[in-house]
Design a protein around this ligand. Structure first.
Ligand code: MG
Length: 472
């Protein structure tokens, strides 16, 4: 034994040296931990509450989105801030109701921006991209902007390093706007929409048959180029807004028909984004959010989506117009589950600030809440109410289980029917999500509280100068 002692001593010193010289896993983890998380926001156009298989559609297949809903959080009381495109998009990017940011229209015909509009999201508004640029993020946008197509309003003026996409709705610049054109065999020449890269038009009309495929390639390329630094990717698809288009590979593949084919391609696209994050080992350090800008365009019949069990669709303040699927996915950070508390696209800016340590603007009223405690601990949502604006009016408000309507409107026809109610309608939208059974007489105290909530907003929210009227 005695003669072995020098050998044991030598071995011990060798082992100590080996431990000291080997990089430990905690060192490399510390580097990864120090890197702020990435954020990807995927935003659909006119996709309804009932259009995902995970939200109950019987024949649309969305396996990639269903996986995110299962392994992340599926929000079933999640609201977009407006029932049409431009105001909804401005609110998502700024965390403020459209009326505060110049996107509360004064006239029904100006509810969104058109190719002859001269306005846009005002430069003084602070977007998620601008907020994250302050933290050194790379910021990219791929898809539909619809917040002003003139040079002073493009995404590159609102915090995005790069932009690729159709700057407004894919049914604009129509050669002839008619329902017949929407329902006919898809023809890109009917819609003379531009495709832009940064400030330049690179194609016109856009070949919309391949638009989902090309958006996806651009999104993947942006992620690959920025794999070494924190990034924010805002990825609003042009689909499933009519006119519908899908790549050859997806045509005639869905039992739901053409709309189902288009949904399958979008779902494939989301699968490609997730696969890219996984291949680059970025999936656990990236928050992926998926939602829609408004409910289904019911006027488009089978070419439009479905609000499922919710009443009405796009353009209205019924649940089908503004309640949309909400999915949050970030393995090991977002606790899997179904969340029935309230949330909104208005909450994305403060939530992303909560995740990244960025600073929420404190020089203006904000309408969003930080949802991070729900995402990470399933704590109760900080949002307990929501205001349903249409034009510059409060049509409805929700607090907790209940929703009161003061003005209603339908959208099945081209000439919407606006009704100012003498007595508000009251629904328990958790018991009765289809808004069928009026509780106004049975629950006067609840109604009183909601009337007061509406009055509080009406008396305190200041409407910004309307950008949607400019040039029209
Ligand atoms: Mg839309």
């Amino acid at each position: 034994m005695k003669h072995l002692l020098p050998l044991i001593a030598c071995l011990s010193i060798y082992l100590l040296l080996l431990i000291a010289c080997t990089p430990t896993s905690s060192t490399s983890e510390a580097t990864a931990d120090n890197r702020p998380p990435n954020v990807v926001v995927i935003f659909m156009d006119d996709m309804g509450f009932g259009d995902l298989s995970s939200f109950g559609h019987p024949t649309i297949e969305t396996p990639n989105l269903d996986r995110l809903a299962r392994e992340g959080q599926k929000w079933t009381n999640f609201y977009t801030a407006c029932s049409v495109c431009s105001p909804s998009r401005g609110a998502l990017l700024t965390g403020r109701y459209p009326i505060r940011i110049g996107l509360g229209p004064t006239q029904p015909r100006n509810r969104v921006l058109f190719p002859d509009s001269e306005g846009g999201l005002p430069a003084k508004e602070i977007t998620i991209a601008e907020m994250l640029k302050e933290k050194g993020y790379a910021t990219g946008m791929v898809g539909k902007w619809h917040l002003g197509h003139l040079p002073q309003y493009l995404p590159t003026t609102q915090g995005f390093d790069s932009y690729y996409g159709i700057p407004y709705s894919n049914d604009m610049d129509a050669v002839e706007w008619s329902l017949k054109a929407f329902f006919a065999e898809p023809n890109i020449n009917n819609w003379n929409v531009p495709l832009m890269r940064n400030e330049e038009i690179i194609e016109r009309p856009t070949n919309q048959h391949t638009i989902t495929k090309r958006y996806t390639e651009e999104a993947i390329s942006f992620i690959q180029q920025n794999k070494e630094n924190p990034f924010f990717l805002y990825f609003p698809h042009s689909m499933v807004h009519t006119p519908l288009f899908a790549s050859e590979k997806f045509l005639n593949t869905s039992p739901r028909g053409f709309y189902g084919d288009v949904m399958r391609e979008v779902d494939w696209s989301i699968g490609q984004v997730i696969k890219t994050l996984e291949e680059l080992n970025l999936d656990k350090n990236t928050l992926v959010v998926f939602t829609s800008d408004n409910g289904p365009w019911l006027l488009m019949q089978e070419h439009g989506g479905s609000a499922g069990l919710l009443r009405e669709g796009k353009g209205t303040t019924w649940e089908g117009g503004m309640r949309v699927p909400g999915i949050f996915y970030m393995p090991e950070t977002v606790q899997p589950g179904t969340i029935t508390d309230l949330g909104s696209t208005l909450d994305l800016l403060p939530t992303i600030a909560g995740l990244t340590g960025a600073k929420v603007p404190d020089d203006r009223p904000m309408d969003g809440f930080d949802l991070m405690p729900v995402l990470t601990k399933k704590a109760p949502s900080a949002r307990d109410h929501f205001i349903y604006y249409r034009l510059q009016d409060i049509y409805a408000v929700r607090k907790g289980d209940y929703k009161a309507h003061f003005i209603t409107e339908t959208c099945y026809t081209l000439d919407n029917q606006r009704t100012e109610l003498e007595t508000p309608l009251l629904y328990n939208v958790n018991h009765d999500p289809s808004e069928k059974y009026d509780k106004a007489t049975a629950e006067p105290e609840v109604l009183k509280e909601l009337v007061e909530l509406a009055a509080k907003y009406k008396n305190s929210v200041v409407a910004a100068e309307c950008e949607l009227d400019k040039g029209r």
